[in-house]
Design a protein around this ligand. Structure first.
Ligand SMILES: [Zn+2]
Length: 646
């Protein structure tokens, strides 16, 4: 059957074209089947069509039916005044089903179902499931009324088809599936059967599911997928947790606590961060007193993990027994899980008052998104999200550090004050006066030390120590007056030098096992070469203080003197001493001033080796290259004579 279809105005919008549309399809009044105008024989031409409009059910006239030639193409016409523009489209939809039936096959579109849910965190979850497109065989089409038909499939399933653009689904128990047939194209009103069939394949959107046999299964599948996602994201309550009594804003937190208890109970351990304390106080512009304490990371073994038990004024999120890697047992370890709001100071105080170590897992930095696996890891293994809110050992250590630092600060301040007072005291005194006290204290110290070393009965170590302390105190006082500076004798070296001079002055061993001044002088003469510089000074001092000598000893001293003079004349440096200590020695022994001046290396050289001082200028000082050469030859004197370079 061929039909010429004249499309009159393609450019017009569909609505504008409606008055010109012709109706190619109607419904057989007797059988209810769709009828195409070209199918009617001459006997049903005009008013004898026995057809009604499938939409408004008005009887229609078959204009030009079964005519071979016509000016206006054959069509169904409503009775005057009853025609409705949309009837033509409804008729086409109606006809389409007949063609589907004639073809025997129907391409069912894909059925997709979307399920969404909102998690405890407020995040929206969404999942899609679908049934693939499917070609089914039509066994029967039952036109129930002008907007509804029921297709029976080969396999016994049935589909209700709504012949309107927007269907109200009225599925019964037997018919669970419903399709709408969307044909809104006005041109479809005069499509031939072939054209309709072709369009059905080309434009599958004409068929749209309203409900599907498998909707319940799809929905269940989608809900299952969604629940999996939400469970994994810890965003849905576990089945064994009842949240009905919990305010909505606490749901997620409650779920996390519940889960944490499960995880810790199953894992039986938790890694805890190190504790590091540092207490520092400043006591002066450049003095800081700092003490530190460190307890390394440890893994606790947990038993008896419980959720939210009350202890006094607190209900920690989790309570358990814990023992660390060294086997130290805490009968109670509190674990707090912070989801959004940090633990406030008041709660921290209450937790600390309870006295148990309290560990916080702070999830607020995770941004709220967390999978179950991540949560497990953060809880059991990681330490970066954990803080100690309270740890008895750490707290005690901190207190001890503070005590130590305070004590050290006090000590430092007292020391500084003592030094300040001592300085003021020292500067208020005459240096010579201190010097004499120092010398007396030194004498006492040397004598006490000697007695102790000799094992004298009644000699006490305490007495020696007290004398030593007094000596050092007076040396410190001299220090404020500029003695014992960097280039001078040290306080320790002074003991040896003063022991010798005091022995010579008093003509008896002071700090020596020898009885007489000569014996001490003899011991000085035995010194090794590198220590002999000061011998001329000691010899001169012994002579000045007139130590007692017998004839033999006089002879010895003469020989020694001869040896020295020979060495000096030979230009050796063995007996050349610097004058660096002379300021202190003059203070302590004012009567030696002249002796000290005449026994410096310079004085001895000019007296005994004038040839070696050819380059000495008028004031008896080397200058220029001669000075440099001399200093190079006498490195042990170079430091003390360095001022000559100026
Ligand atoms: Zn009508």
């Amino acid at each position: 059957m061929n039909t010429q279809i004249q499309v009159q105005s393609q450019s017009k919008a569909p609505r504008d074209g409606l008055p010109d549309l012709i109706m190619a399809w109607a419904r057989d009044a007797e059988t209810g089947e769709p009828r195409y105008i070209m199918e009617l024989g001459a006997e049903r031409r005009g008013g004898k069509s026995a057809c009604v409009c499938p939409s408004c059910l008005a009887p229609v006239t078959a204009v030009n039916a079964a005519r071979a030639e016509y000016i206006r193409r054959p069509h169904f016409r409503h009775p005057p005044g009853t025609e409705k523009q949309s009837c033509s489209i409804v008729a086409a939809r109606f006809a389409l089903l007949k063609e589907v039936q004639a073809d025997g096959w129907l391409q069912l579109p894909q059925r997709r179902r979307k399920v969404t849910a909102i998690g405890l965190s407020g995040h929206t979850y969404e999942t899609w499931v679908s049934v693939a497109p499917q070609k089914v065989r039509i066994a029967d089409v039952d036109f129930q009324d002008h907007t509804r038909a029921v297709l029976s499939l080969d396999d016994g399933r049935r589909i209700q088809v709504q012949l309107t653009g927007s269907a109200t689904v009225s599925s019964t128990d037997e018919i669970l599936a419903c399709l709408t047939l969307h044909i809104d194209d006005p041109q479809a009103s005069f499509f031939s059967p072939e054209e309709l069939r072709k369009r059905l394949t080309l434009v599958p959107e004409w068929l749209c599911w309203q409900s599907h046999w498998e909707d319940r299964a799809l929905e269940a599948q989608a809900r299952g997928l969604l629940k999996g996602q939400m469970d994994d994201a810890i965003d849905a309550p576990p089945p064994d947790l009842d949240l009905s009594a919990v305010p909505a804003e606490l749901h997620r937190e409650t779920v996390l606590h519940f889960l944490a208890k499960q995880i810790l109970g199953d894992a039986g351990k938790i890694r805890a961060p190190a504790i590091h304390h540092e207490v520092s106080k400043r006591v002066g512009p450049s003095v800081n007193i700092t003490r530190t304490w460190y307890k390394p990371e440890t893994t606790y073994t947990l038993t008896n993990v419980k959720l939210e038990c009350r202890f006094g004024h607190v209900v920690p999120d989790i309570v358990c027994e814990a023992s660390d890697e060294d086997g130290n047992v805490s009968p109670r370890l509190f674990i707090e899980i912070t989801v959004t709001n940090p633990i406030d100071e008041e709660r921290k105080t209450r937790l600390s008052q309870e006295g148990s170590p309290t560990l916080e897992l702070d999830l607020s930095r995770t941004g709220g998104r967390l999978t179950k696996a991540e949560f497990h890891d953060m809880l059991v293994r990681e330490v970066s999200f954990k803080n100690w809110i309270w740890h008895p050992e750490g707290w005690a250590a901190l207190k001890e550090l503070q005590r130590q630092v305070d004590e050290e600060v006090q000590r430092t301040l007292v020391k500084a004050e003592t030094a300040r007072k001592l300085r003021a005291e020292a500067l208020a005194m005459d240096a010579g006066e201190i010097g004499q006290q120092y010398l007396a204290a030194m004498t006492s110290y040397l004598e006490q030390q000697y007695l102790l070393d000799a094992g004298e009965p009644g000699a006490l170590r305490e007495t020696v120590e007290a004398a030593r302390v007094e000596t050092m105190r007076l040396a410190d006082l001299l220090g404020f007056h500029g003695y014992f500076g960097k280039t001078d004798l040290t306080k320790a070296q002074a003991v040896r030098v003063l022991s010798r001079l005091l022995s010579l002055k008093h003509d008896r061993g002071i700090g020596f096992k020898y009885a007489t001044g000569f014996e001490v002088l003899n011991s000085i003469w035995q010194l090794k070469d590198r220590n002999r510089q000061d011998i001329p000074m000691y010899m001169a001092a012994a002579r000045y203080w007139k130590i007692r000598l017998n004839e033999k000893q006089v002879e010895s001293v003469r020989t020694w003197r001869h040896t020295m003079v020979t060495s000096l004349k030979a230009g050796e440096t063995t007996y050349l001493r610097s004058s660096g200590n002379d300021r202190l020695l003059t203070l302590l022994f004012p009567d030696l001033a002249e002796i000290l001046a005449t026994t410096t290396g310079m004085a001895l050289l000019s007296r005994f080796a004038p040839n070696a001082t050819r380059s000495v200028n008028r004031e008896n000082f080397y200058t220029g290259a001669a000075l440099e050469r001399w200093l190079q030859d006498h490195p042990d004197l170079a430091l003390a004579w360095a001022h000559l370079r100026r």
